[in-house]
Design a protein around this ligand. Structure first.
Ligand code: CP
Length: 298
């Protein structure tokens, strides 16, 4: 049966651990690149560096040729063709699967019912970014050997964060706790299941790992939330990082606004796993691709 991967709703803990274990095995084995077995259509209707290159690399390592649509420029989207028609036409060229990044305006759930080709969600508006959440937890599991009852604090712009949305889905499955600390204008209406902290220091003291989020400047008119006020009240600086547990970890999905949500010095903290996350993202995506193309996924 063809299955898409849009989020964690239909998955259990065993299935998620299969991906985490397989990705860590792939990392250890550094597998040879197999001969190409088909193509994948990577459709990035919104900008991306990490996720796009990560999926491209994962495809090549999994023996799949990635074919990329990188924004509307040079495509018939510029002539007014819809995203839906674009996807149906590319489906007719028989890719093994789609990898799609898109805005909230696109309904990936409806599209996945209409296409015969699996769709992997590579960042869908504010709905979710499940492979990012998977690579976050794979990176922490690799270091802790468990996720059970661990506490992950999000700091910052969770209102616009598809990553926070995906962790809200994933955390009850994998039994870790979520907390958040953010200015009122960055807090979404849906935060059930996550513990709120008014003071960032209290949140850091509670947490086993901290995920600082990019302040999405393009979505905020108020300069006050972006500059010195945000940095003073919520920015992760060396002093705040010192309050994190010795076996705690610091994550950021990127891209980073240095001097707003995080200071550059914090990247040199031995507990920062920001680049190891990027490395692990390729293995997580490769493991997911293997599941999808083998037909044994779910
Ligand atoms: N973390 C993340 O999704 O980064 P990109 O937007 O560069 O893919």
């Amino acid at each position: 049966m063809i299955q898409s991967f849009l989020g964690f709703q239909n998955l259990n803990q065993d299935q998620i651990y299969t991906i985490i274990h397989q990705s860590l095995k792939l990392k250890k084995n550094k597998l040879k690149i197999p001969s190409t077995i088909g193509t994948a259509a990577l459709l990035f209707f919104e900008p991306s560096t990490r996720t796009r290159f990560s999926f491209q690399t994962a495809c090549v390592r999994a023996g799949v040729s990635p074919l990329i649509l990188d924004g509307a420029s040079g495509t018939s989207l510029e002539k007014g063709e819809s995203i839906e028609d674009t996807i149906f036409n590319i489906e007719a060229m028989r890719p093994l699967f789609f990898v799609i990044r898109c805005s909230d305006d696109v309904n990936l759930a409806t599209l996945s019912e209409k296409t015969k080709v699996p769709i992997i969600n590579a960042g869908w508006g504010k709905v979710g970014h499940p492979t990012q959440a998977l690579l976050d937890v794979a990176t922490l599991f690799e270091r802790w050997g468990t996720l059970e009852n661990k506490k992950i604090l999000f700091i910052g712009d969770i209102r616009h964060s598809r990553i926070f949305s995906s962790h809200r889905e994933l955390s009850p499955i994998m039994n870790y706790e979520l907390g958040f600390c953010a200015p009122p204008e960055f807090i979404p209406s849906q935060t059930q299941g996550a513990k709120a902290f008014d003071q960032v220091e209290q949140g850091i003291e509670w947490a086993d790992a901290v995920i600082t989020l990019r302040v999405q400047k393009e979505r905020h008119a108020s300069a006050a939330t972006l500059g010195d006020v945000y940095r003073k009240n919520y920015g992760l600086n060396p002093e705040r990082a010192r309050q994190l547990k010795a076996d705690g970890f610091i994550l950021h999905p990127g891209p980073i606004n240095y001097g707003i949500e995080i200071e550059k010095e914090v990247l040199n903290d031995p507990r920062s796993v920001i680049l190891p996350m990027v490395e692990n993202g390729v293995f997580v995506r490769e493991a997911l691709i293997q599941k999808i193309i083998s037909g044994e996924w779910l």
